[in-house]
Design a protein around this ligand. Structure first.
Ligand code: AHM
Ligand code: MG
Length: 335
């Protein structure tokens, strides 16, 4: 009995957020509250995802989102849940969501923060029980308090993120986030309804042997990417591609690898969205010792001009990202 009492109690996400806040004596607690609001929405969305097959909420909703893609019911549900949690929480003035064309005003004109999110990424995988995710970025607003947020608040460079994270709804549900002081991962314990610190201070391996991309598009990839993929095969690297960005990213973050979504004939600027997909993962990978570029430019240095702007993405272990850039640079020299 005594032995059992001596066992360490896991650190809950709430306690972790509180401890981190105490390290900054002037922190007002608003960002901490915002992170808790996101965690609450995550628990609700996680519940919906786990019950999806039973509730008959899988399948499409019969509408298209602003990208012209079919929305799944769970996309819509997740969007509503996150917006509601952020609106009720009070810390966020404005939200950008993959599912909504324009910026969303929460009515909290005194909220200091802007959130950009993809409420449910990898939605084509929902119906087949494959891991899906949520991605979020948090920015401090630039506009004056007391007014609605502005487009300028929403189109800040990735370097201006004060926090970023993702949730992976997989074999277990995890929340991984950074506030710019390293990356920490928390695993959900459903019977207790709590996230526990399971992956403290995540560092990605310097190099890896996994490459992840949709090779079905290879014929329209840039020559440098084609050459890099041949190099991966010569090196006997493993190809791993789930088609769920968060899941592919998460595996590579922990095991070492590179994820690529290059320009293709169908998507000349790549498929992924800078503001609410690439920037968040770029901040996380850099905090974990990795790199994220569009093939030549650091993702976090890019200035977005549109909410739903797409950009090519090469992200992962630093040595692997450097190698991809070398191949791309050689392509331009050859031309
Ligand atoms: P979504 O935001 O509509 O779900 O699309 C993004 C997803 C990513 O999760 C994934 O990496 C990519 O699209 C897969 O694209 P493709 O099917 O072209 O390989
Ligand atoms: Mg997405």
């Amino acid at each position: 009995m005594d032995d059992q009492l001596a066992l360490p109690v896991g650190t809950t996400l709430d306690r972790f957020i509180m401890r981190k806040q105490e390290e900054f004596p002037f922190a007002s607690g608003e960002l901490s509250q915002l992170l808790r609001d996101i965690a609450l929405a995550t628990k609700i969305v996680n519940r919906e995802i786990n019950r999806a097959g039973l509730l008959g909420v899988t399948g499409t909703f019969g509408q298209q989102n602003v990208q012209g893609e079919e929305q799944q019911k769970l996309d819509v549900i997740a969007n509503i849940r996150f917006i509601r949690a952020l609106r009720n929480g009070g810390e966020v003035c404005t939200i950008i969501s993959e599912e909504e064309e324009g910026i969303i005003q929460t009515g909290n004109t005194k909220g200091k923060y802007v959130v950009a999110m993809d409420p449910l990424d990898g939605s084509s995988n929902i119906d087949v029980n494959v891991a899906i995710g949520t991605i979020f970025s948090i920015y401090r607003r630039l506009s004056d308090n007391g007014e609605d947020g502005t487009l300028e608040d929403c189109l800040q460079d990735g370097t201006k993120q004060v926090a970023a994270g993702y949730i992976i709804y997989g074999s277990s549900t995890m929340l991984v986030y950074t506030t710019g002081c390293g990356v920490n991962g928390f695993t959900y314990e459903p019977s207790l309804g709590e996230f526990f610190l399971s992956h403290p201070n995540i560092k990605t391996p310097q190099d890896g042997k996994i490459y992840s991309c949709n090779e079905g598009n290879v014929n329209s990839f840039p020559d440098g990417i084609k050459a890099y993929l041949n190099y991966c095969k010569e090196q006997h690297y493993s190809a791993r591609y789930i088609g769920s960005l968060v899941a592919d990213f998460h595996r590579n973050l922990l095991k070492g690898g590179v994820y690529l979504y290059p320009p293709t004939a169908k998507s000349p600027n790549g498929k992924l969205r800078l503001v609410y997909e690439c920037n968040a993962l770029a901040m996380i990978i850099e905090q974990a010792g990795g790199k994220a570029t569009d093939g030549s430019e650091r993702i976090l240095d890019k200035t977005p001009t549109e909410l739903h702007q797409r950009c090519p993405l090469v992200i992962g272990s630093p040595d692997m990202v450097d190698k991809v850039e070398e191949f791309l640079a050689a392509e331009f020299v050859a031309v």
